[in-house]
Design a binder for this molecule. Sequence first.
Ligand code: S3P
Length: 173
Amino acid sequence: MSKNLILIGFMGVGKGTIARALSKKSGIFAIDTDDLIESLENRKIKNIFKEEGEEYFRELEKKTAKWLEKNVTDTIISTGGGFFKVKNLHKIGKVVYLKSSFEAILKRIKKHPNAKKKLKKRPLLKDLKKAKKLFDTRSVQYEKCADIIIDVEDKEIDKIVKEIMEKAKMEKK
Ligand code: S3P
């Protein structure tokens, strides 16, 4: 693998968890765009939204995308749910969409031992009606943008990882 592998999908679908499992299996490092933004800003995403607003955050995503294109290869990159909208996404790497229904995503978040924290750190999940609307719009866009689509609903992590590795032609370590 010399091209990066970019995981996209809705909030809470498991992009970070899957990126780490993929990393373990393949021996390829994984990074996360929200983590990069938090370290660049030295504050949490939810505070960036609160203190600066969403537009400011989207600009940071664009800056991150430019940096990734220029500096990162051979890496698994998990992204925030809206990151896929940056212009140069396909220049950064191969795009893998992790697909699931809204209901399954909510179930996944709620059953997590840290459910409250998971909801709190995501400003756009606060209002579930609005979140569902966003999900419906985004789902169509994710599909259009994807090079590879992986249905992750009700699937074990190991199976998801195996599927991604096969479809993206990655090798085991
Ligand atoms: C967002 C998703 C979040 C984070 C920010 C905005 C979005 O990341 O980037 O709160 O627009 O969908 P996760 O997908 O990791 O929750």
